[in-house]
Design a binder for this molecule. Sequence first.
Ligand SMILES: Nc1ncnc2c1ncn2[C@@H]1O[C@H](COP(=O)(O)OP(=O)(O)OP(=O)(O)O)[C@@H](O)[C@H]1O
Length: 666
Amino acid sequence: MRRKPSRSASGISNAERELYGGRLRWDKSFVHHEGALVRLGFAQMAAALPRMAGMVLRTGWEVDRRALAGVVAAQLGQGVTAAWGLVAVNGVLTQLFADGPTANKLREALPALVVLAVLAVGTALLAAWSTAMSGRLEPQVERAVSARYYEAVTRVEVEATERPEIQRVLEAGKFGTDSARLMLRMSVGVASVVIGMVAAAVVLASLHWILLPMLLAIALPKGWGAVRSARRDYTSRLNWIDHRRAISSLLAYLTRPHAAGEIRAHAAGRKLLAGYEEMSQQTEAEQRRLARAQAHTDLVAGGFSGLASLACYGLLWWLLNSGGLALAVGGTAVIAIRNCTTRLTSLVQQVNRLYEEMLHLTDTKNATELAAEHAIPRTGVPLPSPVTAVHVEDVSFSYPGAASPSLKGVSLSVHRGEVTALVGANGSGKTTLTRVLSGLLLPADGNVWWTGASGERVELRAADRGQVFAHVGLLAQDFPHWEMTAATNVAIGAGDRPRDMDQVKEAAHAADVHDLIEGLPHGYDSIVFKGYERGVQLSGGQWQKLGTARSLYRNAPFFLVDEPTSALDPHAEIAAFEGLWSLAEHGHAVVLVTHRLAATAKADRIYVLDQGLIAEEGTHDELMAFDGGLYRTMYTAQAAQYGLALPAGETLPAPRGDTDRHEDAL
Ligand SMILES: Nc1ncnc2c1ncn2[C@@H]1O[C@H](COP(=O)(O)OP(=O)(O)OP(=O)(O)O)[C@@H](O)[C@H]1O
């Protein structure tokens, strides 16, 4: 049984409130504020269309000149044949309405009839040519626009992608990537109809000038209707953008392998499906609203257009009656008007779609431009060669929209040949600090100096970021699991150089995952994602080893590893830490973020973060000697879990933040 949605399309549904904590639609004021095109008037919208069509055509010109020239020539050719056809029709009618025996009239009309037949064949050939050429051009235009957009988006500063206002524009741009292809197709269609109509209009005007304004009067209301509907659909789409995204993510969860357990065992699937049903009923209500509004607009536009047609035929009748127009010319005019109004219906449909696609393509264009404004600079000051250390000096950083900074005046140094450990409670800022060290986040205050052997240094903001990234190998806590082969999952660690299978295997070997991969049914060509023909499923720890292999394959001077052993068994964990120490011995800088304090004991330097501040720093021995220190507290708590003897006089500490509660309780 279908449940009724708990609210109308405009109200908040229970599913929205329960699953997303409130409304998932932007209100009108937001759409009017954000969607610049929504604010444009009819005339400006009409002016925007040729501009955007021009952009598509320019792209077409860049990707395949011959195909574009072919399409344009075929369309122009069809316009010429249409006009010529009308002239020929006029010729036939003039002969048929002339005085004299029918046999003579037919003989006289024969040349014009032959011309009509030849023109019909010519039109068919030109149409076929146009179809072939636009079939060749369309995918190339789509690829060019998509590539421009995606390339720009992947170059945006990470900090900028965290800002909701930028995120929204970049996200909206996604919907327009195939609009370029559709716009090209529809522009060709519209051009074809328009050329045909212009040809008919020229012929009509040459018959009697008054017929031209009449034709315009028929066309205008329909054009108004097309723009109005397109704008309404676009505004609705902007309004519902989060709602749509939420529905598609709900559905995606239902088939994602990692959610399969909770979907079944916790009945999460039932909750998601109920949410899906309720939310899609809201979108259906919105579709119904749009359809009703469209029907209303069509009715108004059709009414005015019909009135104009009536007036046009009335005028024709009067002209024929008063002898202002010959009967044959009147016949041609009727055919031309019929021709035009039939074309007009198709024109309106296509212009409607064209406007909507134009609005989406404008979003893509805006997103590409915004992405370029916030792009990581391509140039900068070269780094010293070789870089021997990175010094972070009084750095603060806040995520956009965050209530408090994640880093507050942090200073530390990372040296090649050493292991630097970052420890601290959850949310203390360790990951954020590694992102600053890797050049992904630029600090709001303070400096990050990339320093050479003799002290020459370059600050991160001025540095050539490409070079900074080339110096860094990352193993993030939530590193991506690429749905590709095992070999790719390693080799993608250095996407900027050609794959070297020997080095891939070496890195896999060092990460203790080579034998496992070799043992897979398709070895390094196995797709490490179940569902593909050569797909296999890896365990959490196996994935972590694969991630380690990826960062080793990168072989960068600075290794930044965030919880690299959280899923490893004890032996694998020990081996992984030994691997990191050996990297430092070979001259790499290793920055290790971990909660396993047994592993940090051997680090050359340990920094303890607390709520965005460096609370303590030193070697393990120095920090353990600090009575009541944070590190010592955490270390002893962890050691006690294993039943290891506490240092003399030491008691088991309470978790941080619990001290007061414990004292109160006593
Ligand atoms: N993308 C983000 N946007 C807003 N706030 C963030 C973002 N990432 C982290 N934070 C906030 O910054 C603070 C520091 O987070 P960070 O991930 O650096 O901590 P961490 O020490 O690595 O924690 P954990 O040990 O849990 O991994 C936290 O309060 C977190 O909520």
